[in-house]
Each structure stands twice: as structure tokens, then as C-alpha cells.
Design a protein around this ligand. Structure first.
Ligand code: PHE
Length: 383
């Protein structure tokens, strides 16, 4: 005899269990009898139809009829039944053909479970091994976090870049000797294009300065983490692919004092409040004046020695070079002046640092290649 939904009088947990058991047994029996697509439609409507389907009857006959103090308990069970019925209907197949609702079943259950004839919801789920952050990415995230706390937002840009963004708009004129220092990897067969349109692998994250200023009016405060490429053969301290974190702040009245204060704070937040910073003059085409910033060696505390041994990371100087920086050159603003960057009204500072080297020092790793060989035995140590 076909199953009918009983009207409940007893709402005790034991009685509810019994009623649920009967309903599920009927569900399984009917599911097993589905052979054709039209069988399946009838089966589906019998159980799920809004108007007078079995679930609707359960809702009315059990949940609505339940006395107030049993409502919660009944509600929980009805919800569970609802899930079981919907899943079974979704997964029930015509002989030899997947259920029409397989897409929905996958959505509910994930690909692994929604296969085959039936669902056994007592099977354990698929456990995926937890990964961990790579030490370089972890270092980048921490550094970016320091600047986020200062109100900086994060920008990204393409790794395949045009000559215009990588060089020209950063005040490297064509044939300027500063281009030589960058050991650029060019994309082949670009000679027929105008120089500024030729493609290359970006040698630094600085092109994202221009890209951002084209999009966002001042004031801006951004950090730009990313991969960069140079034609450097791999060794213990070089890699043709490495990472940079760029920073850029533009507003009215930004001074070199702001640059120093910001970077000094960032280094203390990152390495610990006892580190000191020191600036010495340098040159970059896109900043004027330019500087290199050193931090006091966080390995030896600036003494240059570790006990009776010389400190190797800082080469006994007590200082470690961390980044290049400077005030944005007015020639750079010229390229974006239409977007509000009038060098008579705004000024800014920029910096760029190498998180790979910072991670090497921080974790006491002596070979940069270890970061990129992806040997799990090495990487696991940082998890
Ligand atoms: N882009 C420079 C480099 O890769 C670093 C830098 C960034 C210097 C921003 C000054 C300002 O060497």
C-alpha cells in the first residue's frame, strides 16, 4: 500500500522518530522503483509538489499541528526530513542515466558524493589537506598588513608590461643608461611596434604607480606587491623571478620627512621597535631626491658581531640595505597631470623593497633558490 502521511497525536521524540523512520523507508522504496523519466516526475511531484506533496503534508500535519512546546523539536526533524527527501529525489536516476537534477545535487553535495545511484550521507566527507603560506608570500602579507594599518590600499598590475609603463613614463628616456641596470627580458618579435608599445616582463613594480595614477585622482596611498623578472642567472642571492613591494603616497605637502617617518614606522612594526633606520643618497630616474634605506641589523642588533663571530647577514657593518625610495620626480607627474597630478600642487614619495631578501634574512635561509624549488620538506618548516 502506498505511504500516506499520518496525522500525529503523540509528539514525543520516540513517536517522531518512528514516524520519520516510516517516511524514509517509504521514500527509499519508492526511489528504488523509479525506472523511467516519467516515473521520476511522478515520484518527484508526489514528494515535493508544493500543493499536497508529502513534504507539504508533513509541514501541515506534523509541524503546524504540533503543540507549542514541541514545535522546536518537530521543526528540527521536519527540516532534516526535507533535506533527505530533496536529496534523494535529486539523485534518483532512471535506469542507466544520471539524474536530471545532478547539477543541483552537485551544488548541494560536491562532485565527489553526487555520483552513482544513491547518496549515503553517513559516508565521511572528503578531507582536504590544509596548505600553508609560502615564506615569501607570508612575508609580503605581513609587510602589506603594516601599510594597510596605515590606511594604504593594495594595487596590482600586469607582469607582461609595455616599455611605456616600465620605463618611459617612469622617466627613463630611450637609450638612457639607467635601463641597462634593469637586465630586462624582452618579449620577442616586437620590433615592428613603436618602442613604447613593445612588451617586456616588468623589471619592477613601479609601472603600477603610473597605472594607478591614471585611474585614481590624488590623494592616494597604495602598496603594490607582485612578481618581477630580470635576466639574472639563478644563484644563492639572485633569481630571474623575484618579488617586490612598491609603495606610493601622493597628496598636498608630502615631504621627505613623511617618507622617513612612514618607512621608519613600518620597519619598527615589521622587525621590532628597536630597529633603527638610516638613509643614504642614491639614484632612480623616477624619484628626486632618491635614497637607499638601511635598517640596523636585526640579527646582531647592529653590533656587527654575534658573540665572538662576525655577523654574516650584515657583513659586520651592523646595517642591512632594505629598499630604494625617494620623492616622486615631477617628470613622472607630467605623464598623469590630466588626472589631477599637477606637480605644483601635489607631491609624493615612493619606495620599493625586496621581500625575498627580507624573508631570507628573517628565516635565516642561506640560498634564495630554496624558496622557488618547491621542495615540500623545505617549505613545511614554515607552516
Ligand atoms: N623600482 C626600483 C627598483 O626596482 C625601486 C624603487 C621603487 C626605488 C620606488 C624608488 C622608488 O630598483
Amino acid at each position: 500500500m502506498a505511504y500516506t502521511v499520518p496525522k500525529l497525536k503523540d509528539f514525543s521524540p520516540a513517536a517522531l522518530d518512528k514516524a520519520a523512520e516510516k517516511l524514509l523507508a517509504a521514500l527509499d522504496k519508492e526511489a528504488a522503483e523509479v525506472k523511467t523519466e516519467s516515473d521520476w516526475k511522478i515520484f518527484r511531484d508526489r514528494w515535493l509538489a508544493r500543493k499536497n506533496g508529502i513534504l507539504t503534508q508533513v509541514n501541515g500535519g506534523w509541524l503546524k499541528a504540533a503543540p507549542r512546546d514541541a514545535k522546536r523539536e518537530v521543526g528540527l526533524r521536519v527540516n532534516e526530513l526535507k533535506g533527505r527527501v530533496e536529496t534523494t529525489v535529486g539523485l534518483t536516476v532512471r535506469k542507466g542515466e544520471p539524474a536530471r537534477d545532478i547539477a543541483k545535487a552537485k551544488q548541494w553535495l560536491g562532485d565527489e558524493v553526487a555520483e552513482g545511484n544513491r547518496l549515503d550521507i553517513t559516508l565521511p566527507g572528503v578531507r582536504r589537506a590544509l596548505g600553508a603560506e609560502h615564506p615569501v608570500i607570508k612575508t609580503m602579507n605581513e609587510m602589506v598588513g603594516v601599510f594597510r594599518n596605515l590606511g594604504y590600499s593594495v594595487q596590482e598590475g600586469p607582469e607582461i608590461e609595455t616599455d611605456y609603463y616600465n620605463f618611459e613614463s617612469l622617466n627613463f628616456p630611450p637609450n638612457h643608461p639607467a635601463r641597462d641596470m634593469q637586465d630586462t627580458l624582452f618579449i620577442a618579435n616586437q620590433e615592428s611596434k613603436l618602442l613604447r608599445e613593445r612588451l617586456l616582463l616588468r623589471t619592477h613594480t613601479s609601472p603600477v604607480q603610473i597605472r594607478t595614477m591614471e585611474e585614481m585622482k590624488p590623494p592616494i596611498r597604495i602598496v603594490i606587491p607582485g612578481k618581477v623578472h630580470r635576466n639574472d642567472p639563478p644563484d644563492a642571492s639572485h633569481s630571474p623571478m623575484f618579488h617586490q613591494i612598491e609603495g606610493l603616497a601622493v597628496d598636498t605637502n608630502i615631504t621627505f620627512g613623511d617618507l622617513k617617518g612612514t618607512l621608519d614606522h613600518a620597519m619598527k612594526a615589521f622587525f621590532g621597535s628597536s630597529v633603527k633606520t638610516s638613509f643614504r643618497p642614491s639614484f632612480f630616474p623616477f624619484t628626486e631626491p632618491s635614497a637607499e634605506m638601511m635598517v640596523s641589523c636585526f640579527i646582531c642588533g647592529g653590533s656587527g658581531r654575534r658573540g665572538s663571530e662576525p655577523c654574516r647577514p650584515c657583513k659586520q657593518t651592523g646595517w642591512i640595505e632594505i629598499l630604494g625610495c625617494g620623492m616622486v620626480d615631477p617628470n613622472v607627474f607630467e605623464f598623469v597631470k590630466e588626472n589631477g597630478y599637477d606637480s605644483r600642487k601635489v607631491s609624493g614619495f615612493a619606495f620599493g623593497m625586496g621581500p625575498d631578501r627580507i624573508a631570507l634574512l628573517k628565516y635565516g635561509v642561506d640560498d634564495l633558490q630554496l624558496f622557488f624549488q618547491n621542495d615540500v620538506r623545505f617549505l613545511r618548516q614554515f607552516a
